[in-house]
Design a protein around this ligand. Structure first.
Ligand code: COI
Length: 356
């Protein structure tokens, strides 16, 4: 039985709108934007308090040409997902963690932030208003993109006088074009993503603009993405453009420790816990390129990528392959454990999921 009618009318905040889902190809969702019906917008002026958030039709936002975000990159984003359960209900995964990460990012970027409660309530409201865009079971998820931007006008370099918190959503499938097949990474030796004392540890928009060049060069050569090294010693692995990285050697799983240059991924944190629950030793430590090339398995984690096995790494022209072009046993086990939890297939003893 399909949970999704092709066309239906919905009353949201007293207005009736026509939601047309007929053209959505649920079997071929990638990670491209599918515009949905509603976005959430909440403003904050100089006293640092966010008030009067509301849903409005998804569409362009009006922004001053001199806004802090457009001129000085004062902005953060988040990413989380909603999954549909077999019974038709919708599950969010650890939304409070995103709220807390946005708070610490806002602190670093001199911005006020919504409270955890405001953040989570806004996410729930936005997902429910767009609930028909949550893909059917097994077809993907609804990606939720909260933004916090300096929307007020400013000319001299200073924090903006006004901020906007906005959430939009889009149904998504797999992030990489490889789908769930192993990806091929190249270790970047010319460009760096972050530097000590910089903003690598927060989800500011500029961190993502700055990796586009290296990513474009790598993609033109046929790689799936780029793995960055630390900018001081140029030998410790940090993260991939859009996700964290793990290596497996025997029964030990290691991932680069968070020293301020690496994004504290919520999927990273969850996988560490899930792996420990399954009896693996998980070390957060400095992981050198040598450790990486010597690993039995390598995988990436992130909200968008979920858990993506790595099939090969190329470093200074040398290519090392993992898992005989298939998915490694540990990667497969952890992928299933995490996604079964996120989709409500296994019981959530961790209190990580929130049912809507
Ligand atoms: C996410 O995984 O949610 C991210 O923020 C990565 C983004 C570049 C798609």
């Amino acid at each position: 039985v399909s949970l999704l009618p092709t066309t239906r009318c919905e009353a949201v905040e007293g207005r009736t709108i026509r939601v047309d889902l007929a053209d959505t190809d649920w079997d071929n969702l990638g990670f491209g934007l599918v515009p949905t019906d509603y976005m959430y917008v909440m403003k904050c002026t100089q006293n640092g308090t966010f008030t009067e958030g509301k849903l409005q039709p998804y569409g362009p936002v009006e922004l001053s040409p001199s806004s802090g975000v457009l001129n000085y990159g004062q902005g953060l984003f988040e990413g989380l997902k909603a999954y549909r359960k077999e019974d038709g209900s919708i599950l969010l995964f650890r939304p409070e963690e995103n709220a807390l990460r946005m708070k610490s990012g806002a602190e670093r970027m001199c911005m006020p932030s919504p409270t955890v409660e405001q953040f989570v309530d806004a996410v729930k409201l936005t997902v429910l208003a767009n609930k028909h865009w949550v893909p059917p079971v097994g077809k993907g998820s609804l990606y939720i993109r909260p933004l916090l931007i300096g929307s007020g006008p400013i000319l001299g370099l200073a924090p903006a006088p006004e901020y906007t918190f906005l959430i939009f959503v889009s149904p998504v499938g797999n992030y990489f074009k490889e789908g769930l097949a192993p990806i091929n990474l190249i270790v970047e030796t010319d460009f760096h993503r972050a530097t000590p004392g910089g903003t690598g540890g927060v989800k500011t928009i500029g961190n993502y603009a700055s990796v586009l060049k290296a990513q474009a060069i790598a993609k033109a050569k046929g790689y799936s993405d780029v793995l960055y090294l630390d900018s001081v010693h140029k030998k410790y692995v940090e993260e991939v453009s859009s996700c964290n990285i793990f290596i497996v050697k025997g029964n030990v799983i290691s991932t680069p420790e968070l020293l301020g240059t690496i994004l504290p991924g919520i999927t990273r944190k969850s996988i560490i816990q899930v792996a420990r629950n399954q009896g693996y030793q998980v070390d957060e430590r400095l992981v050198s390129v040598d450790d990486l090339l010597d690993a039995d398995e390598v995988f990436c984690t992130g909200t968008a990528v979920v858990l993506s096995p790595v099939g090969s790494i190329t470093y200074h022209g040398k290519r090392v392959e993992y898992g005989h072009r298939g998915v490694g046993v540990v990667s497969q086990k952890l992928y299933c454990a995490l996604t079964d939890l996120q989709k409500g297939i296994t019981e959530d003893n961790m209190g990580w999921t929130m049912e809507l």
